[in-house]
Write a protein that binds this ligand. Structure first.
Ligand code: BG6
Length: 493
């Protein structure tokens, strides 16, 4: 689905922050895979914009080094990919660097076509200077031509998000702006749409009549790497919940769109966000819980506590774990709690959406071992295992009335089919001009509105945070969010 009014595919792609964590771990490997799949336009050139005092040769060596450990490709493909790059050494705040960028883009090799993608793989507080400098040297013009890709978090609250949006709109049309949330590029996430809207079997169950509650978990074993300067300001709520988990929530809860088109899909997502019941000022503790990891053991290895991570303030109370409960006040979901949780340094890597179904209306098996029957679940596991199944009860073979859980498996891919990285799909969409999986500003704004009461309240409580040992599922106190005592977090697929 390509927006008709978009110009031809770009032939220059500038990566700001090319040596940073995001570029190294996600963008470059994904672009290389697109090269391998023959999906990069032949005329596409890249400019790596970064601070390191390197020349082209040093940059290319760096690329070969980081990529050969990450993506398995034939040498010839890697060479072809590396040859597409030019390196521009520059500071993001230095106007001279943008003059050099402009000059580079007008050289015969790069100037063959005028469409450019600017990818801001940089810290959010660097977005404004880059946007302004691009304009100052005329690189945002002609209006309507280039594309700009902005990473999350988009702002740090509603107000800053609006300011950033206004700034972008001063120089770019909405059609040129690609607000990226890489969770939308994950195949398992897209499969959720297919699972829901391509199967008649599912739709009748997908509502308050059958679903008891929904859990969305994104648990990570990893810590904050070397991102303390960003993370200590952001915390888990801004880094993960306001965007990735909220996007998952919208896809679980939304109504079928009239068509799978960019705006139709995004209209439905916004309707969900607008229907989320605002958390009353005095009820934040009943709806949200935060905590921070202490030292502990992850995968058999001793790891330091958050406050001892390099670059983190020793008395920081930034949350590395957040759990929250939301209600969606519409016909489909009224009264069904949505429990969201995410954390760093958790016991296992686990991203999953789990829907617990209601108990059967009659306890027919009361006098049998089935008395303690577990409820049914629908589990959509996003990563690391990519599976989707429904858990049902079946009689265990034998004389007694014993039962066992059987799983109806609906995975989208067999083990021998290669998974696609989220950024592969999204980068190709940027190049092709398809904005379906990108975030519209009203989604960003409503998502900030939803979490705003939590942020505001937490900002007033600056002297205490619960803790959990690294390598665990987070503090037990997070269970206080549950409406009923028979609810517990599901920690496995
Ligand atoms: C990023 C966050 O957006 O997503 C990181 O900034 C987080 O803190 C990452 O680790 C998780 O992404 P994925 O694809 O590994 O689940």
């Amino acid at each position: 689905m390509i927006d008709q009014e978009m110009p031809l595919p770009p032939c220059n792609f500038v990566i700001f922050g090319a040596t940073g964590n995001l570029s190294t771990t996600k963008l470059l490997p994904a672009l290389l895979r697109l090269e391998q799949a023959g999906r990069l336009p032949q005329a596409l050139n890249f400019i790596a914009f970064a601070r390191r005092d390197w020349d082209e040769a040093a940059w290319r060596n760096y690329m070969r080094e980081v990529l050969s450990g990450r993506v398995q490709v034939e040498t010839e493909v890697l060479q072809r990919f590396v040859a597409r790059f030019d390196y521009l050494r520059g500071e993001l705040h230095d106007p001279e660097a943008y003059a050099r960028l402009k000059e580079m883009l007008s050289r015969p090799k790069l100037g063959a076509c005028s469409n450019i993608v600017f990818y801001l793989a940089i810290k959010p507080h660097d977005f404004p200077p880059v946007i302004k400098h691009l304009d100052a040297v005329g690189l945002s013009k002609p209006r309507g031509l280039h594309r700009i890709v902005v990473e999350k978090p988009f702002g740090e609250d509603i107000e800053s998000a609006k300011v950033l949006n206004e700034l972008l709109h001063r120089y770019f049309e909405e059609e040129q702006i690609f607000r990226i949330d890489h969770y939308m590029g994950k195949e398992t996430v897209q499969n959720l749409l297919v699972f829901r809207f391509a199967n008649t079997l599912i739709e009748p169950l997908w509502n308050r009549n059958y679903i008891d509650h929904v859990q969305i978990t994104v648990a990570e074993e990893g810590g904050i790497d070397r991102r303390a300067d960003y993370y200590d300001q952001a915390g888990a709520l801004r880094d993960m919940l306001q965007n990735h988990l909220m996007q998952l929530l919208t896809l679980v809860a939304m109504e079928p769109p009239p068509a799978l088109e960019a705006d139709a899909l995004r209209d439905e997502k916004v309707k969900v966000l607008r229907s989320i019941r605002p958390i009353p000022k005095g009820a934040v503790h009943a709806h949200a819980f935060r905590a921070q990891y202490k030292a502990g053991v992850v995968r058999g290895e001793q790891v330091p506590g958050y406050q001892d991570e390099p670059g983190v303030a020793p008395n920081s109370i930034t949350e590395t774990f957040v759990a929250a409960k939301f209600y969606i006040d519409n016909w489909r979901w009224r009264g069904v709690p949505f429990y969201l949780r995410t954390g760093k340094r958790m016991k296992a890597q686990l991203s999953m959406i789990a829907l617990r179904l209601r108990y059967p209306p009659q306890q027919l098996f009361r006098e049998t071992p089935l008395e303690t029957l577990e409820p049914n679940w629908i589990v959509l596991s996003i990563q690391p295992s990519e599976c989707m199944h429904m858990e049902l009860h079946a009689k265990a073979p034998g004389l007694g009335m014993d039962t066992r859980v059987v799983k109806l498996n609906a995975s989208y891919r067999s083990p021998d089919e290669r998974p696609m990285e989220a950024y592969e799909a999204l980068l190709l969409d940027v190049i092709e001009g398809d904005r379906t999986l990108f975030i519209r500003f009203d989604e960003v704004e409503w998502a900030w509105r939803v979490v705003d009461p939590i942020l505001t309240h937490w900002a007033t409580e600056r002297d205490f945070i619960h803790t959990y040992p690294a390598g665990t599922w987070g503090p037990l106190e997070a269970n206080r969010l549950f409406d009923r005592e028979d609810t517990e977090w599901r920690n496995h697929v």
